[in-house]
Design a binder for this molecule. Structure first.
Ligand code: ATP
Ligand code: MG
Length: 377
């Protein structure tokens, strides 16, 4: 089952930089949807700022009370036993702090951290190389773990459970299977959805933390903390304004803060007030609810071209000139969460709140199938 005879490539660096093709926060790959100003994945300069803004310890990690408390117990118990912590799976939408938590786990355990990602592990040899070079107690962060190849996943089962890896050395008739003992290590896996993992892999994690979207008060704390670190003077109302438009996501809060800072420096004295924040976010086309250009294009097409739906995803995507995946994975989750769009068996449907958001009146007649709006509350 293990070992595909691939030669072992060079091991991933151990200093926190991504493996070749690996990832820290939000690396771009061709398979991912197009970037837009308020979309979660990070790139370019953002990665550097993100690194600077990451809380270093559990104490500095804002929100996610439950995950933080549970993780704190897991780590403290391991430290007390003088053992490595159980394997940890972190699931949650982009930008909620999975990479940040992985780094915190390493810091709290005072252990070195190795970072790689599912897409970088396409052959079992890639994984074997990383595993074979781990030192005792090391934290292996496997980002986007759901994108690992199946054979690598199977190799990982054995490594997680028995701290052992089977590799094939050599090729052809001289090939021999070898079983390597691994030092104990802690695997920290991150995924946007735990449901994307096969049960055998999911079950091998001793602890799974589900990251939730942040509430506005928590995001306000994130904004104020980041402003302090960036040396930006911000009024509480300014922080609240940014938090309210950040889609429950710290990465977006930090991103909007940087754009608002630019605006404040160029057009005013640099102090972020509510008025400045609101004007700046207007310039960047992020509306009062945090909807950006793509979100609004999708909703507007749904309302104006298709009378509120239902309409199929493919048609809707063509109408806004985007890939289906971009509409389904980038715009829709937030729109559904905000109660503006519903995915019904017959297609995408606008909710009464969507009509109201654009100041439009829904056409007369009963609401389309599948909409809760039909039932009196
Ligand atoms: N709880 C938090 N407190 C303060 N800042 C946070 C918190 N969570 C995330 N952040 C900030 O948000 C940014 C994005 O977080 P992170 O990279 O950990 O997200 P992620 O879940 O790994 O995203 P992705 O799925 O795209 O990899 C970081 O710069 C970090 O500083
Ligand atoms: Mg990440």
């Amino acid at each position: 089952m293990n070992g595909d005879g691939t030669a072992l490539p060079a091991a991933a660096p151990r200093d926190g930089t991504p493996a070749p093709g690996g990832s820290t926060a939000g690396r771009s790959t061709a398979a991912e949807p197009a970037r837009r100003p308020a979309a979660p994945p990070a790139d370019g300069e953002e990665r550097a700022t993100e690194a600077a803004l990451r809380p270093k310890g559990l104490d500095g990690f804002i929100g996610q009370e439950r995950v933080r408390e549970q993780l704190d117990l897991v780590l403290r118990a391991a430290r007390r036993r003088g053992a490595t912590a159980d394997h940890v799976l972190l699931s949650g939408a982009p930008g909620l702090g999975k990479t940040t938590l992985a780094m915190i786990i390493a810091a709290e355990m005072e252990a070195p951290l190795r970072i790689t990602s599912g897409p970088a592990i396409q052959h079992t040899g890639d994984l074997a190389a990383v595993l074979a070079s781990l030192t005792g107690g090391e934290i292996l962060f496997l980002d986007e773990i759901h994108r690992m190849s199946r054979p690598a996943e199977e190799m990982l089962y054995l490594a997680m459970e028995d701290f052992r890896v089977d590799v094939v050395v050599g090729t052809g008739p001289d090939a021999t299977a070898m079983s390597l003992e691994l030092p104990p290590f802690t695997l920290v896996g991150a995924t946007v959805r735990a449901g994307l993992l096969l049960p055998p892999l999911r079950d091998r994690f001793g602890f799974t933390g589900h990251m939730e979207f942040y509430d506005p008060a928590e995001l306000e704390r994130v904004v104020r903390r980041s402003a302090r670190l960036l040396g930006v003077e911000i009024e509480p109302a300014g922080a609240a304004e940014i938090a309210g438009r950040s889609r429950g996501t710290p990465r977006i809060a930090n991103r909007l803060l940087r754009r608002v800072r630019d605006y404040a420096q160029v057009t005013a004295d640099g102090v972020v007030t509510r008025e400045i924040a609101s004007a700046a976010l207007g310039v960047y086309e992020v509306d009062g609810r945090g909807l950006d250009r793509l979100d609004r294009a999708v909703l507007r097409a749904l309302l104006k071209l298709f009378g509120g739906g239902p309409v199929g995803l493919a048609t809707l995507a063509v109408a806004v000139g985007e890939e289906r995946e971009t509409v389904a994975e980038v715009a829709e989750p937030f729109l559904v969460r905000e109660g503006l769009l519903a995915r019904t068996p017959r297609g995408r449907t606008a909710t009464p709140a969507a009509w109201a958001h654009f100041g439009l009146v829904p056409p007369p007649g009963p609401p389309p199938d599948g909409l809760p709006g039909a039932a009196p509350e």
